[in-house]
Design a protein around this ligand. Sequence first.
Ligand SMILES: C[S@@+](CC[C@H](N)C(=O)[O-])C[C@H]1O[C@@H](n2cnc3c(N)ncnc32)[C@H](O)[C@@H]1O
Length: 494
Amino acid sequence: MGGKVSVTAQTVLGDPAFATLKSLVIDTTGMAFYRDKSHDLAQILSARMAEAGADDCAGYFARLTSDSHEMDALVAELTIGETYFFRHKEQFDALRDLILPDVIERNRQLKRLRIWSAGCATGPEPYSIAIMLEREFGARISDWHVTILGTDINQKFLARAREGRYDTWAFRTMSDDIRDACFTKHGNQWQINASFKRFVKFQYHNLITSKFPSIIDNIAGFDIIICRNVIIYFSAETIAGLIPCFRETLSDKGWLVMGHAEPNQELFKDFQTVNVDGAVLYQRVDGYSAQMSPLPASSDVAPMPKSPSAMLPKLAAMDTGRLAPARTQRGAAPPPRPPLRPPLRPGTATVAKPPTPVVPPVDGGVVRIRELADQGQWEAAAAACDALLARTPMDAWAHFYRAMIFEQVGQAEDCEKALRRAIYLDRKMVLPHYHLGLFLLRRDDAAAAARAFRNVLSLLKDVPDDDPVADGDKIMAGQMREAVAMHLTMIGGA
Ligand SMILES: C[S@@+](CC[C@H](N)C(=O)[O-])C[C@H]1O[C@@H](n2cnc3c(N)ncnc32)[C@H](O)[C@@H]1O
C-alpha cells in the first residue's frame, strides 16, 4: 500500500469486507454506536483508507491489524471528545461535599489518594478534580501521595490533555474568577497552572481491550473512578462486562461516578447506591451487595448536606438498597475481547523471549499477590509478598511485585530498592527496568531514567513486534518499544 488513493463512502459501503471491518472497529473500540451508523462509519473509513493508501476494506483491515499507528489514526476520527471543566455541577458538588471528604478521612493514615478519570478526552475532567482538590482540600493533603490518572483510547486527545491548553469554550460553566486563578492566558487560549498539573498523569488505556484491574498498568486500587459520557457509545453487553471490572479496580469503600444520564441501576447492584441532589453515586463495599430497589425520582432525592461532617452519617440513610452478602466479582462476565490483536499501549510491561505464552511465569504465590494487588488490597498483597519472599528470597518476580506495592503506598525508597533487587536477580526481565525508568523520571533523574529505558530497548532488540509479553497483561513487544521511545523523546534521551 503506497500513497493516497481515491475511496468514497459508497465504495466502502458496497465492499464485501465492510461488515468484517466494521466488526473489527466495534470490537476494538467498544463503539457499538456505529452499528446503526454504517454511512457515518463508511465516511470516516473512506477518508482514512484514502490517506493510508488502502483501496479496499480487506486491505485496510490487514493494515489496521498490523499497524497500531493506523488504528490510532482511525480511533482519533471515530471518538467523540466533547468535554468541559466542571461538567455536570451536581456531580462535582457530590465529589466536594461527600466523596472527597469521605476518602480523605479514611486515607488519613496512608496519606494516599488515587483517582481515575476513564475516558478523559482532552483532560478537563481530571484537571477539574485537581483544581477542586487543591483549592478545597490543599492544606489537608499537602504531604499526600496524590494521583489523578486520566486515560483515553484517543492518542491525540491525550497529547492535548498533557499540554493542558484550552479554548474559552472549555470554561463555559466555570466562573472567570476560578479560571483566572488556575490558568494563564496565552493568546486565545488558557494554560493550566503547574500547581494543578502536578497531580495529573495521562496514559493510554482502552476500556475494551486493556486488561483491568492491572497493577502493572497502574490501573488498580483507586479511591474514586469517574467514567462519564464514555459507555453511552458501548453495547449493553459490553457495559455489563465493564461494571464489575470497575468495581474490582476500586479499593474497598471506593466510589464510582458514572455519567448522570447513563446508569441502568440493575448493573450496579453489587455497589451501594447513594442518591444525592442531582447525582447517583456507587460505592464498593466489600462483603455486601446492595439489592435493587427503585431509586427515587430526582425531585424526591434529599438535598445534599453541605457540611462533610454532617454528611457521612447520612450515607446509610441515603442508601437505596438493603445489604446482602456480595457476589464474587471474579464470577462476573468479563468484558468481551476482540477477536484480533488490538492496538494496546503499555503503561508498563515485561517481554518474554518468543514464543513464550502469556502466562504468569511464577507460582500460585505470585498469582495470588497479583490478584490482591490488582484489587488494591495493598496490605494483604504486601503480606503475601513478604511470605513468598521469606520462602524464596531470590524470586525476582516477587521483588518486582513488592516494588509495585511499595509504589502504590508511597514508599518510594523501598520501591526503588525492590526494583533494583529484581533487576539484580534477573537482568533479562523487562518490566523492572521499565518501572525503574518511570520511577527515575518521577524523581526527575532523566539521565538515569534514560539508561533504564535503553536497557528495555536493548532487551527487546531481537523480539518481534507482535510477540506477547509474559505477565504483561497482553502487551506486545512493539507496543512496549513505542512507550519507551515516547519517554525517551520526552526526556530528550532518544
Ligand atoms: C465524550 S468524551 C467524555 C469526556 C469526559 N469523561 C467528560 O465526560 O467530559 C468520551 C471519551 O471516551 C473515549 N473513549 C471511547 N471509547 C473508549 C475506550 N474503548 N476506551 C477508553 N476511552 C474511550 C473517547 O476517546 C472520548 O475521549
